[in-house]
Design a binder for this molecule. Structure first.
Ligand code: NAD
Ligand code: ZN
Length: 330
């Protein structure tokens, strides 16, 4: 915990008074980086899931309402390239060249009283949604939503979808699969409490994340295997499991930032299978995720901490003791 000056919004920028900030396993990944691989500068204010109230507006900004509550779309792009023009700022072509970094992942993030948002387009109206209960939708909701949406054509009636890791992102992935697809949803985790949560939020089946799960998933899919596996861990053990579970045309989707590797060659995988590594989500998709929550089709299991308690939240995250998402309220 350090004191930093209260930031002032420059031209085109907006200052938020933070109402809530989510704690993600990616923060743990950043805190664990060896010094040689750490490129974000210090001090770095963490927090890439943000919700707050517009508190001060920079010169030339219009279109946002002073005093109104917003969620922050975090994967900031240049706003001008081809991909940004499609609303796919998470895949902006210019971020590296322009040095654009997301909040909490290079730019000062939301684990503070105030945060600067570089353009009003990154603010999505909360429109009645509670900021504390819904802040995690900006990443733990948006990221699985983006990953699952691309797999919708394969998740037809009679299909099987597997979620590996029923934590912050995974417990939302289960709900999004139930809301958007008729697939049978199977959740795997190493922790019985997480498997209980998975069942409570809609998983049809839950198994321990171990070799025996491959046979169980083959059995419940009449031998066909999974149509899609969403891996929210990404270590060697889970990539190997996913590889063995998918059927012909299966989609193995790696979201977890682990260091596992997959063999890819004609003889290595089921015919027509694919591997994807999606990152965060599109701006329009965040509107869609917030609407799913407004319609009561998804919700975030949250544990609330004060800013002073944030280190404790990360200890619990690391120990696997959180139910759903930790949310920090300054
Ligand atoms: P989390 O800690 O809340 O959840 C991880 C879950 O995985 C826990 O329930 C844990 O028990 C379980 N797990 C651990 N090892 C396992 C194993 N071998 N098999 C099955 N389950 C296992 O983490 P989170 O915040 O949901 O983040 C999940 C991952 O997604 C992290 O790696 C994070 O960095 C990454 N992430 C990626 C993106 C992206 O855009 N691709 C965005 C956000 C987070
Ligand atoms: Zn994240």
């Amino acid at each position: 915990m350090v004191e930093v000056p209260t930031p002032q919004p420059g031209p085109g920028q907006v200052r938020l008074k933070i109402s809530a900030a989510g704690a993600c396993h990616s923060d743990d990944f950043i805190m664990d980086l060896p010094e040689d691989n750490y490129s974000f500068g210090l001090p770095l204010t963490l927090g890439h899931e943000a919700a707050g109230i517009v508190d001060k507006i920079g010169a030339g900004v219009s279109g946002v309402i002073l005093g109104a509550p917003y969620a922050v779309y975090g994967p900031w792009g240049c706003g001008l390239c081809y991909r940004c023009a499609q609303g796919h700022e998470n895949y902006c072509e210019k971020t590296d060249a322009l040095g654009i970094r997301p909040p909490g992942l290079g730019s000062p993030g939301a684990m503070a009283e105030y945060m600067i948002v570089p353009a009003p387009r990154h603010l999505i109206p909360l429109d009645g949604l509670d900021p504390v209960a819904n802040v995690a939708l900006t990443d733990a909701g948006l990221t699985p939503y983006h990953a699952i949406k691309a797999s919708i054509p394969t998740l037809h009636p009679g299909s099987t979808a597997v979620v590996i890791g029923a934590g912050g992102l995974g417990h939302l992935a289960i709900q999004i699969l139930r809301a958007l697809t008729p697939a049978v949803v199977v959740a795997l985790d190493v922790n019985e409490e997480k498997l209980r949560l998975a069942r409570e939020v809609g998983a049809h089946h839950t198994f321990l994340s171990e070799q025996a799960a491959v046979r169980r998933i083959r059995d419940l899919s009449a031998g066909k295997g999974a149509n899609a596996v969403f891996d929210f861990v990404g270590v060697q053990a889970t990539l190997d499991l996913g590889h063995r579970m998918i059927g012909v045309g299966g989609e193995q989707v790696i979201i977890g930032v682990g260091s596992g590797r997959l063999p890819v060659g004609y003889l290595d995988r089921p015919h027509a299978s694919t591997v994807r590594s999606p990152y965060w989500g599109h701006r329009a998709e965040l509107f869609e995720v917030l609407d799913l929550a407004r319609n009561g089709m998804i919700h975030v299991e949250t544990e609330v901490f004060t800013l002073d308690e944030a280190p404790l939240a990360y200890e619990k995250l690391r120990a696997g003791e959180l139910r759903g998402r930790a949310v920090i309220v300054p």
